[in-house]
Ligand binder design. Structure first.
Ligand SMILES: Nc1ncnc2c1ncn2[C@@H]1O[C@H](COP(=O)(O)OP(=O)(O)OP(=O)(O)O)[C@@H](O)[C@H]1O
Length: 274
């Protein structure tokens, strides 16, 4: 596929405990450049293990037992993620991929102004930038995520939960990654704030061209935001299709069960403009 960003082939992860847990079993998928791929499925089906595993973020007792992960870099180079040494892996994670975790907004340092925390990202990873350039970038980022540059000197506690999560998204965007992995990024927020943020993520990926892997057990939410959705069950992807097809024409029995477990309030799909 010419517009693929990530190709995952026969990827398996086992937690080496007694008895061993086969958390991800022979998963293959391709993520396209600029798309939002939703990863859905009930708790424990392996979503997080898969998303972390393809970035090699898992720790023992997790063992990757099979699989290839190829990152098709914007430069044209194909990067075999499994073959990177620790230093290359560290740089790969910062330069190409970024993560937004559930409750990430609580990860901000409470005693440091948010502008300063964003500035730190550039100081560490773009040491060649001048102070003036960094401040300009930080202000721009705060504008992009609609926090507003006037908040540059705010402390986290002076911001709402939604605003803090936007700051975390700004941080994830800072180095212009090609892939953003979001693990239940808006779960802790109320529904309206959540929608606003999702809408913005969707617009930003058009603007900046990054792809998103969006993990949640909230299938209705995924139907709104995703281009395609992978449904996981017991470590396997049982169906992968466009959000429209999953909604109107689910083929797998488990997908149907999952859809039926959510009330259909409006009968229509989609509040978020994709
Ligand atoms: N450190 C661990 N040791 C042993 N088993 C684990 C470990 N971490 C996860 N598992 C098991 O691996 C399976 C997949 O877990 P995973 O967290 O990837 O699922 P998930 O779909 O992301 O769930 P959730 O939505 O609850 O986060 C589960 O059966 C879980 O119990």
């Amino acid at each position: 596929m010419s517009d693929a960003l990530l190709s995952v082939q026969d990827f398996s992860v086992v937690y080496d405990v007694s008895p061993p847990v086969e958390a991800v079993k022979g998963v293959s998928l391709q993520l396209r450049r600029g798309e939002i791929l939703g990863l859905a499925g009930e708790s424990g089906c392996g979503k997080t293990t898969l998303a972390y595993g393809i970035q090699r973020l898992l720790k023992p007792p997790a063992v990757i037992t099979s699989g290839e992960v190829l990152f098709h870099d914007a430069s044209g180079e194909d990067i075999d993620v499994n073959s990177l040494d620790p230093e290359e892996m560290r740089r790969f994670r910062w330069d190409k991929v970024s993560m937004v975790f559930q409750g990430a907004m609580n990860a901000l340092n409470p005693v440091v102004q948010i502008g300063r925390q964003l500035d730190d990202v550039f100081q560490v990873h773009r040491p060649e930038m001048s102070r003036r350039q960094r401040i300009a970038e930080v202000k721009e980022l705060l504008e992009i995520v609609k926090v507003g540059e006037q908040r540059i000197r705010s402390y986290p506690h002076e911001l709402s939960g939604g605003m803090r999560q936007r700051v975390m998204i700004a941080m994830a965007l800072a180095l212009r990654p090609q892939l953003m992995v979001m693990d239940e990024p808006t779960t802790a927020l109320d529904v309206l704030v959540q929608r606003e943020i999702l809408k913005q993520i969707s617009q930003l990926r058009h603007e900046f061209g990054f792809s998103v892997i969006f993990i949640t057990h909230d299938l209705p939410l995924l139907l709104e935001i995703s281009d395609r959705i992978a449904i996981m069950k017991d470590g396997e992807i049982v169906e992968l299709d466009t959000a429209a097809h999953i909604w109107t024409n689910p083929r797998d029995e488990y997908t149907k069960t999952l859809l039926a477990s959510f009330p259909r309030l409006t009968g229509e799909r989609g509040v978020v403009v994709r």
